[in-house]
Write a new protein. Sequence first.
Length: 95
Amino acid sequence: MFENERVKKLIDWLIFVGYASSRKELAELIGYKDTSLSQIENGKVNVSSKFVNNLSNLDSRINKSWIMSGEGEMLLESDINVQNNNGGNNQQGKL
């Protein structure tokens, strides 16, 4: 998977989980114009470290190495509380 494809996947995830409702809104949130974001997604502009830092500032689980090189997973593992539907007991889990 190329850098721009990883960026697309991450942007789709960020929108899916609710950081923004659209690509335009996400671009504004990280300090870019929607046209600039589109150029990065389409591979017309290289992914810069500034862009990666701005994206990863949205969620501490975002793996910068994965964006730049494809190494590892898109999200770093982190402890989360998972609510059990059987009685509402919280369980510690890994993402």
